[in-house]
Design a protein around this ligand. Structure first.
Ligand code: SF4
Length: 142
């Protein structure tokens, strides 16, 4: 989709939505484009280096994201309402998925990383109604 002109992309997205509604379809839609994800999805699953880090309704993800990686993604997405272009890129390089970091895969790039993040994999836990996040910050222990 990213290689398509935006007008063609919009036509295809609208066709997806029309077919979904008319034929009562369910899509598994994989994208890095958060604007498209928001437009098309009822439920969103955020992955980092092969692990699910957050899952919730699209409304919840875009209004009340919990995981530091999701928050960084949202902060780095271009916003239509902001006329000047501001980017808040996630710091650091993406590690190799063949040799991911220990503990929480996101710890080398996370602004909230603490010692346990390097050694302990955070489990996906419910942090709200049908809202799941895998982050030690949700345990309330630093
Ligand atoms: S578990 Fe630690 S490193 Fe991973 S996202 Fe949470 S605070 Fe950051």
């Amino acid at each position: 989709m990213a290689a398509l002109h935006v007008s063609i992309q919009a036509q295809i997205l609208n066709l997806f939505i029309k077919l979904r509604d008319e034929l009562d379809l369910t899509y598994l839609f994989i994208s890095h484009d958060l604007g498209v994800v928001r437009h098309l999805s009822d439920r969103v699953v955020i992955m980092y280096l092969g692990r699910i880090v957050e899952s919730a309704s699209a409304d919840t993800i875009f209004a009340h994201a919990n995981h530091p990686y999701t928050l960084a993604l949202l902060a780095s997405a271009p916003k239509l309402e902001v006329r000047r272009t501001e980017f808040f890129a996630v710091k650091g390089e993406i590690p190799s998925p063949l040799h991911p970091p220990s503990g929480c895969h996101f710890h080398p790039r996370c602004p909230h990383a603490m010692p346990r993040c390097k050694v302990e994999k955070p489990e996906l836990k419910e942090v709200g109604a049908k809202h799941f996040s895998a982050c030690h910050l949700n345990d309330g222990t630093a």
